[in-house]
Design a protein around this ligand. Sequence first.
Ligand code: ADP
Ligand code: MG
Length: 188
Amino acid sequence: MAAAAGLVEREAGRLTELDSAIGDADHGTNMQRGFAAVVKALESEPPAAPGAVLMTAGRQLISTVGGAAGPLYGTLLRRAGKRLGEAPQVTAAELRAGLRAGLDSVRELGGAAPGDKTMVDALVPAVEALGDSLDAAAAAADEGARATVPMLARKGRASYLGERSIGHQDPGATSTALLFAALAEVAR
Ligand code: ADP
Ligand code: MG
């Protein structure tokens, strides 16, 4: 979470720039505010288990980030944390199952399918590639984010633009790539 917060902080300008092209120019600040709150909460009350870390992080994102991405990422982390339960350690396979459950919850909550030009377009290939390695997942998320450029947005604020959403990379798919890059980096 600290690595994610650091990367989000460094890339906030780029996220907001992407969101200014097809949204309301707040994705970078939204993510920055959310992850700063996550780090603060984890430092003041360090949870005993990985599952609890994800639950706390998810709760913070939901309560501090207005906008679509906060509740979506928050739900993803909470669902993943719930899946991991109280175990003091988790295996790679358990993490994969947790993130898969988290992805399912994003799709339920947001109703976006692959190809709709959202974070789902980075999340789906990333979770698929988790079976290979975290580095593969990070690369797949990045590729998924880039692949949103020619897509027409069908969900979220960008969908109001219709055809004009084509030609821009989706901010949420881009932040998903950052989060998987942070995960891969700390595991290396
Ligand atoms: P808002 O759109 O409310 O300003 P943000 O700018 O923080 O919120 O986040 C925008 C991102 O949220 C989009 O780039 C997209 O990836 C993601 N998003 C929006 N709506 C959905 C949805 N229904 N399902 C999945 N992701 C979504
Ligand atoms: Mg926005």
